[in-house]
Design a protein around this ligand. Sequence first.
Ligand SMILES: Nc1ncnc2c1ncn2[C@@H]1O[C@H](COP(=O)(O)OP(=O)(O)O)[C@@H](O)[C@H]1O
Ligand SMILES: [Mg+2]
Length: 224
Amino acid sequence: MKGLTLENVNKVFGSGLNQVQALKEVNFEAKEGELTLILGPSGSGKSTLLTILGGLQQPTNGTVLVNGKRLDSMQGKAADAFRLNNIGFVLQSYNLVPYLTVEDQFKLVDKVKKDGNLDEKTFKRYIDRLGIEQLLHKFPGELSGGQSQRVAIARALYADPDFILADEPTAALDSNRVKEVAQLFKDIAEKSGKAVVVVTHDLRLKEQADKIYELVDGQISLEK
Ligand SMILES: Nc1ncnc2c1ncn2[C@@H]1O[C@H](COP(=O)(O)OP(=O)(O)O)[C@@H](O)[C@H]1O
Ligand SMILES: [Mg+2]
């Protein structure tokens, strides 16, 4: 199976009275070619799930599979190289480099990952759809939350990863932008055969989703 899979994943933080079980026996699948949504309120475990799915942190127990292969068996440099080449993250904090213009954020990707980034034509099309062509010479400090969010999305897409993992990518966007971003994610999944996973409490994304999971207090269930 091409995609990302979680099997019986548990994640426990802390110990004793401070112990929190953020994920409980989570079984989850994100297939290539599909936009998969995980809906849940604040504190339900969305960010924990997404970062485990992308190998940024390890589950307490359970299995993470990438195209049927165990991700948790990869370590150190192999895991870093795998993430760099295959997974695009859109994190809640945007993670833009403060002293680089928007344009240079993309050039930085070219430096870190030399091959396989988007060709100019496709990139221009995404920039256009995300409405950030006017922002290319600005610094992150000059951008609004919504603009930063769209730049962060473009940067994740620029590396052309097989898996796109986005954490609340529309929280700062107005409804028209949400529609455009949701449709872009769906098109990228469908036409480029990528697995796109979005965790959010934004119900406005439901329409475009191929599959919808619900996460409540660390327990996941399939809604659609
Ligand atoms: N590094 C951490 N240390 C301790 N508790 C954490 C940590 N990360 C998340 N949690 C706890 O796990 C639960 C789920 O958090 P999170 O995955 O961030 O939820 P969401 O993204 O849905 O808001 C919360 O109770 C949160 O406080
Ligand atoms: Mg979160």
